[in-house]
Design a protein around this ligand. Structure first.
Ligand code: AMP
Length: 341
């Protein structure tokens, strides 16, 4: 039987707890500095201590995972800390489609996939000269919102950009991607696509708490004007959300369109967990600014299931547990190649 392995960060606790609930062996690849944290949890069967996550490419680590017949569940930390090329070279089988992770990290590819899925994507501003509205400057990859800023004109953009360069957060313009800022209600829609059942499951919605943009709303306008710091969108945590039921049909169809588009552009497609991220504008239209092609940390809210998984399962179903169940079902049907790359 397969074991489930993941990196010690992001949603590792949920993933391994879920695997244990499904009766699978659990392995955590952890940096030494986090050993104390992870030893607290009895559902982690084996801790592989490394100096840095890049050691997952080492022969020693690879052969240990191979010996355990392990499947690696990728998450945001893997993407933030390793290049797409390195991820693709990992010898351990990866749950889902490792080739789509590049499409998450590269803004141009990301936009291509979102447009192919017929998403309503906010306008890309191709150069600072063209900033003619409220714009968000974002970094490439899974930066977690750190170093992002808002701006309305080229002069202000340059001032903020230079501040980030001075702080060593970015090197220059090419590290930033400019997108029209959409005002409304942010929502992060979590899905699971099963290549075995060829079916999409909607798992839940979260909202993000981002620092220190969120703190800005607590400061009266007069004092805001006197502050000279550039607020960031550094993600600190998540909270749950449910949608008006009339919006759900569109949520499912967006998930299905995304799966279809990714099948065409990045075979074998968007298998396993993913997240579509955006803003409901004043007309309740969903404007998609982002996707994550793997499990998101917002699913940590629902370790005992969400209002939406309750509609599908008669037992508590976390995303971590759902992944482990797919592994078990694939093994039973002798179709493991359908769920890993
Ligand atoms: P991202 O890295 O694209 O997930 O963006 C990080 C955060 O920036 C999001 O969670 C939002 O709070 C914000 N954000 C990104 N793009 C937009 C946008 N086009 N309009 C409004 N907010 C955005």
């Amino acid at each position: 039987m397969a074991a489930i392995a993941t990196l010690g960060s992001h949603c590792a606790l949920q993933v391994l707890k879920g695997a244990k609930e499904e009766g699978l062996k659990t392995i955590l690849v952890s940096e030494k500095k986090r050993e104390k944290l992870y030893r607290r949890f009895g559902f982690i069967d084996e801790l592989v201590l490394v100096d840095s996550f890049a050691d997952i490419l080492d022969n020693k680590c690879t052969s240990l995972l191979e010996k355990n017949n392990a499947i690696l569940v990728p998450h945001g930390t893997l993407i933030a800390q390793m290049s797409s090329k390195d991820i693709e070279s990992i010898k351990t089988p990866i749950f889902g489609n490792k080739y789509i992770l590049k499409w998450e990290s590269d803004r141009a590819l990301k936009e291509k996939l979102m447009r192919q899925a017929n998403f309503d994507v906010p306008k890309t501003i191709s150069s600072p000269k063209e900033i003619d509205r409220l714009v968000i400057a974002k970094r490439h990859g899974a930066a977690g919102g750190k170093g992002y800023f808002l701006t309305t004109n080229e002069k202000d953009y340059k001032k903020k950009r230079d501040k980030l360069i001075k702080q060593g957060v970015i090197k220059g313009d090419s590290d930033l991607y400019l997108q029209e800022y959409i005002s409304g209600v942010l929502a992060y829609l979590q899905y699971f696509y099963s290549p075995l059942k060829e079916e999409i499951e909607f798992f839940g919605i979260d909202q993000r708490h981002e620092s220190d943009i969120e703190g800005l709303a607590r400061i009266p306008a007069q004092e805001q004007l006197d502050i000279d710091n550039v607020p960031s969108f550094n993600i600190i945590g998540n909270s749950p959300m449910v949608l008006r039921e009339s919006l759900l049909d569109k949520v499912y169809s967006m998930g299905e369109e995304f799966v279809l588009a990714s099948k065409n552009l990045v075979p074998p497609g968007m298998n396993g967990p993913f997240c579509i991220e955006g803003v409901y504008d004043e007309n309740a239209n969903f404007r998609t600014f982002e996707f994550s092609a793997r499990i998101v940390a917002g699913t940590n809210l629902y370790m005992d299931g969400s209002p939406y998984t309750t509609l599908i399962y008669d037992e508590p179903m976390s995303m971590g547990r759902r992944i482990a169940r797919e592994v078990k079902e694939a093994e039973k049907a002798n179709q493991i190649e359908k769920i890993v790359t």
